[in-house]
Write a protein that binds this ligand. Structure first.
Ligand code: CA
Length: 254
């Protein structure tokens, strides 16, 4: 997953970058609104975290501009002021959620994960695909309940594929969403990771979780399961969004 971070308080930005990297995000970051817009429009962003008060171009104008250019990824706004009007303006401009400073990093991470899950149509922190289960809160992967030890990178590959609704993802797209500009990207390395991921998830070759489509890319080939058994595989992005609360899943819920 690739996150855009636009925040002009440099200490906070550093903390956010480090916390998000630890969660496996590739990051595009800036403290300035115009550069933020450039990144928002030109980088393969999966989620944006945008401070409202920014030099150059303010956060509201930045969000309006990126929505106008048809960028649809989720946007979480940060506001230093606990004024309801700022939040309303931000949401009206196209933001999906907000956080008032100061906030706990764990809350920001939980909201970020929740927004990304909802984009993929998931409402729970655990994504279930047949025998494969991905707990995005604990970053724990299991097959038939058996924990699978994945490296951070293998986990990122798996989660990205898992949120793409079974679509075929090209190698280039996968690299774009897993690496930021600061990282050396190598398609051959990606192949190695995919191979290792397959071996770890499916040592006896009974699950076949990741399909390779020659010349086109990869896709997660398992059917997703809604956590409540009344629903079949969810269609689209909004169909199974039953919660009325904008806040993410309760942290106490596993
Ligand atoms: Ca600011």
């Amino acid at each position: 997953m690739r996150a855009l971070l636009v925040e002009d308080e440099s200490t906070l930005r550093r903390q956010l970058v480090s916390a998000l990297r630890e969660q496996g995000f590739a990051i595009d970051e800036t403290g300035e609104g115009e550069e933020g817009l450039y990144l928002a429009l030109n980088m393969p962003i999966d989620i944006a975290i945008i401070d409202l008060g920014l030099p150059g171009r303010d956060g509201l104008s930045l969000i309006k501009a990126l929505r106008k250019q048809d960028k649809r990824y989720p946007v979480l706004i940060l506001t230093a002021r606990d004024r309801w009007q700022d939040k309303v303006d931000g949401l009206e401009a196209g933001a999906d959620d907000y956080l008032t400073k100061p906030f706990h990093m764990e809350e920001l991470l939980a909201r970020t994960r929740a927004l990304l899950r909802r984009t993929g149509g998931w409402t729970d922190s655990t994504m279930q695909f047949e025998r494969l289960s991905i707990d995005t809160r604990a970053q724990q992967v299991t097959v038939d309940g058996r924990p699978i030890e994945l490296t951070a990178y293998e986990y990122r590959v798996l989660v990205y594929l898992a949120t793409q609704d079974g679509q075929v993802i090209s190698k280039g797209t996968l690299l774009d969403h897993l690496y930021d500009e600061a990282t050396d990207r190598d398609p051959n390395v990606l192949e190695v990771f995919i191979r290792r991921l397959r071996q770890k998830l499916d040592p006896d070759k009974s699950l076949n979780p990741i399909e390779t489509l020659r010349g086109r890319g990869y896709r997660l080939a398992l059917a997703r399961q809604a956590p409540d058994t009344t629903a079949g595989p969810a269609e689209g992005n909004t169909a199974n969004e039953s919660s009325t609360a904008p806040s993410p899943a309760d942290p106490a819920r596993r």
